[in-house]
Design a protein around this ligand. Sequence first.
Ligand code: RUQ
Ligand code: CUA
Length: 764
Amino acid sequence: MKRLGKLAVSLVATGMGLAVSGAWAADSLQDVMKARGLNQQDLLAAAKTYTPTGGRDEFMAFSSGGQSGQVIVYGIPSMRILKYIGVFTPEPWQGYGFDEESKKVLREGNIDGKEINWGDTHHPGLSETNGESDGQFLFINDKANPRIAVIDLRDFETKQIVVNPIMKSDHGGAFVTPNTDYIIETSQYPAPLGNRKFSPLEDFNDTYRGAITYWKFDRTKGLIDAKQSFSIELPPYSQDLSDAGKGPSDGWSFTNSFCSERYVGGIEKGRPPYEAGCSAKDTDYLHVINWKRAAELFKAGKTTTINGHQVIMLATAIKEGIIFVIPEPKSPHGVDVTPDGTKIVVAGKLDTHVSVYSFDKIMAAIKAGKFEGKDPYGIPVISMKDTLHTQVELGLGPLHTQFDSKPCVAYTSLYVDSQVAKWNYCEGKVLDKIAVHYNIGHLMTMEGDTTKPRGKYLVALNKLSIDRFNPVGPLHPQNHQLIDISGDKMTLLYDMPIPLGEPHYVVAIDAKKLKPAVRYKVGTNSRTDLPSPYAARAGEEKTVRKGNSVEVWGTEIRSHITPETIEAEVGDEVTIHLTNLERAEDETHGFTVSTYNVHASVEPGKTVTVKFKADKEGVYPYYCTEFCSALHLEMEGYLLVKPKGWKPSKATTASAGTTYTEADYKAEVKKITDTQAVIDSVVTYITSVNYKDFPDVVSMVDDAFDQLGKAKELKVKHEALAAKQDWQNATLWAEQVWQYQVKTADLGLRAKTFLEQHNAKKIK
Ligand code: RUQ
Ligand code: CUA
């Protein structure tokens, strides 16, 4: 390989390249540009996004996966997808929903005993400290089945799903308060609060309700504490997005709504459809809620229990003066608090303006008791003109707003116009517009919904991609477009197809704030982060049979699974616990058993469990599903499911495999000696440099010496067998010594390459 590379370089250098057509053999930028039809602008965009091998992204984005029920992680500016995180949907690669530990998380999302195996994820929210993203946790809602999930960013795994006990759908979640005390979730489609309560649509005004839930987050446990969480009953408007106040508006939250007409449709009965009835009025209501006071009311017990959950009823909220509404134009979607917390930006889908409300003015009106009336449920209505800071005409279909690092600069998506508008919310003027492709929903700037937006890049989340990519049938990918916002004019840099679900919102964070682990402490249940009672260390593996249960405490390490045979009888409950004993980075093993619908991803240190009923007799191979080493395919075993009461008969004599001779044994021993020479040279190099200064290398070297240690033990064994002229077993154990050597050499060479690339220094 290396020599071929050198040859190619020298051919090009001496101008002796072969005559070729197409871009690939061309060696000048001009040739490539010509061949691919690129202009200077394209090259500049490429240079701003291209990330050479080994390069890292400056920001990490967490995208909702829409109907895939997952989270998609990608880097900015490269727009390379790095991970899908299984959240509400089983995801086999991570074993999510196929091993017992993750099933437990997924099944927390059951509603009323019903298994739900998908979700409609909309709004991811990153945990914050003092209003800034801290990179510790990610939350996301499921709109279809009102639930919130907690993802720990130490391992990018879903740890908890909580079901909203009083709603039937949600949309305005997950949004965090500035110190992640609470995660906000707001209902979308009104319904009777609680569970399984029927009420005819004719009684909509009286019995249907919206609600807002404040989920208490326990940061030390990394879990939502349902007992410390509460809701507020809201009128049956379709509450939409929310945002928490910050700085001066900390302690308040804002939720807008559409269909405050409370229309109930009935197109099939000849009534005008929802879309007409829900947009008849010129304004809907922005809800302004004092959540800090609400939390005090909850603690004081001023709640009603609905389906085991504490709810502050609307009458109480009004009486205690913690809820107000302000008219907002028309069928609004996004509500976004400015980074300094002084203003609230609302965009009405059917209005060409964005409306900027002043928090000071809202507070002044409340203080003065200056209301223009009450809504049909008795909530004081503050007038729009008393509270508006400004309104700016942006274009058709304004939806969501994000903020720049530059003061007063905001970006708003224009769905109908397929544009992003850049504008100044202090002075109320438009600064720039750029076309996107097509029909943008959300948009996102770097840490753009925190108190300290980072500017630089904006991502447009386009609902339609139409003609942007190679066609793949009627269902198109979504199109996330990366836009450079560092200058006065926005410039388009990159189109990224999203091929799984329709993302709604994305959040991005400075990559330096994320500190994910590379391995678990050996024997960890990754879903609880606690030591697993089912962990096994090397040498502790065992299989226990009790009644009709077979339980295996096994391990995986390159390149074998212990045990390699599991015996059961038809009808047995089989439980297999597996611990990955590796420490080396990226040495994940997998595990599956043929036809039993189980799969586990066993990352270094992790302990997982798969469980099934061996209900059919037969022979079922199991194996490691990750190509983990040269002998990965040999990482295998058999589950033997015998008929009840089966006994070996005389006819079943052992006759499996090849027979080995003294010559075979000698050949093995020579192979071992040769390989040892390679290992010795690598070890000499590693120990001659400051490898201990590189934690990544230290774990590789530890693993390597572990493997080598095992080889030493076995040397005694194969030599003893050879002395007894048991060539069969002597040869096979000698081969196993060589396997350990190969793994040692593999790790050693990886460590050596790493050290060379990171300029390790010679030590005496
Ligand atoms: S959505 S395109 Cu946030 Cu669910 Cu607006
Ligand atoms: Cu372990 Cu393949």
